[in-house]
Every structure is written in C-alpha cells, then in structure tokens.
Design a binder for this molecule. Structure first.
Ligand code: AMP
Length: 292
C-alpha cells in the first residue's frame, strides 16, 4: 500500500490502476479509523479493483475550533489498519495541498437539505466544508464510486445532490452504520468519552431502538415517537440537540411515519457531540438495501 500526499501523485497512481484495467473506489475519511471506516473499505474492495482512502481532517467543516483541535490524529495506526482492510492507496494531504494560498472557492448546496438537522445546529459552514472537500477529492481521484456511511445520513443526501448538480460521474454508495457490541454507533469521537459518559451515550441507540419498536408496532405520530425517545434520553440525562423525523431524501419533517422516514438524533454527552439515526417504516432486513 502506498501513501501519497499530493494530488499529482494521486492522479498518476489512479491512472496507472485504470490503465491496468481496474475500476476505482474512493473512501473519504478524516482518519482515526475504526471498524465503521473499515466496513466501507470492505464494501469498496468487493466491487472495485483499486481502493483509495483519503485521510484528511478537513478544517473547513469544523464549526468549533476546540473540536478540530481535539480531533484524534493517528496516521501510522491508520495506515496499518487501511492496508490490512485492503486499501491500495492512502491519500493524506497537508491542508495546503487542498487549500493553497489564495484558495477562494466554496461549494455550497442550498435549501432544506443543508439548512436542517446538522446544518441548523452546526451552521452553514459545516456542509460548505463537506461539499467543498468532497468535490475536491472526487475531482482529484476521479473514482467510479465513493463510499459513505449511513451514520452521516444527511452528508450522503448533500453529497448526492452536489454530485448530481455538478455532473460528477461518481456513484455514491451508502453503507450501513457499524456499531459496537453495546449498540453505540462507532465514531472517531467516541475515544473522547469517559467510561461514565460512554454508558450514558448508550441512551442514544436505545432511544432509536425504542422509537423503531414503537413504529414497528404501528405508532405513526412523530410527536408520540419523539416522546418515547426523549424518555429514554432523559433517563440517562442526555438532552438532544434534535430528535427529528424527516423524509430520507428531502430531509423535510414528516407529519406521519407512513413512508420510510429517517429518525435522526444529535446529542452532546460531556464535551462530545454524537449523532445517530435509524430508518423507520422499513423492515430491519431491508434497511441496508434501502440506503444504497
Ligand atoms: P469520518 O472519518 O468521521 O469523516 O467518516 C468517514 C466516513 O466513514 C463517512 O462516510 C462516515 O459516514 C463513515 N462512518 C463513520 N462512522 C461510521 C460508522 N459507525 N458506520 C459506518 N460508516 C461510518
């Protein structure tokens, strides 16, 4: 496995792989790899001959300087994990490689899909940063497909819109959320939770499970479903920033959970902001297919 730091080397390596007959997949990450990232690599590996992983802690998508500063960085460990999972090439640029002196362009996706949920709570800067860096990565790596995690469901909706609008010829693949045995969605930020915070954080997946169970029993009123989830969160002293029931494509609030509905939650536990979601109105065994 090679590690390159420049767009030029990335392009040359990808071109050589293509010349050898391989299709190319990209797995964009911010490093501090965990099993969730590696599940994306395995999905990419199953469908493509050449797998590129980008590792870049994108300063433009952080709305809090303290979160950027505290974001875990562990490149050597990441490289070993990436290689073992089947990555062929790691692209790990310095910030100046992607945002050189004079960089003045922002890719802005407008409308409800960026203004709600994470957009409403983290500000426009977050999805501007995501759209700008993902478009740069897709232009640099020109992959046939790029793999993203359903844990960041809104990010997938925004990236799909951007790719369609800009005519970027990359297929966007959504992969299921990978969870620890106790149900907590894997996240690079989880290492910052104390043992006590981690056990309180479990209220997040439990709240989603309670909501999914009530929805499966026929409860279709978002107000009633939210109350079920809030009871679980409150029991653990977790105060959600949002607990929303939205259309999975438009991200607009739904009046009833009659069609597939995304139930998305964000909450701070201690200093750590966590997000998670579940797709309602879809049989558990079909959830995976429904996000592809
Ligand atoms: P990040 O490094 O947090 O920017 O994440 C890089 C990619 O991995 C994104 O597409 C995330 O949605 C995805 N990802 C992060 N956590 C998980 C998880 N627990 N399960 C599946 N995908 C994940």
């Amino acid at each position: 496995m090679r590690i390159v730091r420049t767009v030029r080397e990335l392009r040359e390596t990808v071109a050589a792989a293509r010349a050898g007959g391989s299709t190319v997949a990209l797995v964009p990450t911010m490093g501090a790899l965990h099993e969730g990232h590696l599940s994306l690599v395995r999905a990419a590996r199953a469908e493509h001959g050449f797998v590129v992983m980008s590792i870049f802690v994108n300063p433009k998508q952080f709305n809090e300087a303290s979160d950027l500063a505290a974001y875990p960085r562990q490149e050597e460990r990441d490289a070993a994990l990436a290689e073992a999972a089947g990555v062929d090439l790691v692209f790990a640029p310095e910030a100046a490689e992607l945002y050189p002196e004079g960089f003045a362009t922002t890719v802005h996706v407008s409308g409800p899909i960026t203004e709600t949920l994470e957009g409403a709570n983290r500000g426009a800067v977050h999805f501007d940063g995501v759209a700008t860096v993902v478009s740069k990565l897709l232009i640099a790596a020109t992959p046939d497909a790029a793999y993203f995690g359903q844990k960041d469901a809104q990010q997938i909706v925004v990236v799909r819109r951007m790719v369609a609008d800009l005519g970027i010829p990359t297929r966007i693949v959504a992969c299921p959320t990978s969870r620890d045995d106790d149900g907590l969605a894997r996240s690079s930020r989880n290492v910052r939770l104390s043992a006590e915070e981690r056990s309180r954080a479990l209220a997040i997946p439990r709240a989603l499970e309670a909501i999914a169970a009530a929805a499966a029993e026929g409860e279709a009123d978002p107000v009633a479903l939210r109350a079920r989830g809030e009871a679980v969160l409150e029991g653990a002293g977790v105060d959600p920033e949002y607990l929303a029931f939205v259309d999975p494509d438009t991200l607009e609030a739904v009046p009833r959970v009659s069609e597939p509905t995304l139930c998305a939650v964000a909450a701070r536990v201690g200093e750590v902001r966590l997000i998670d979601n579940v797709l309602l109105g879809v049989a558990p065994e079909q959830r995976e297919e429904s996000v592809k």
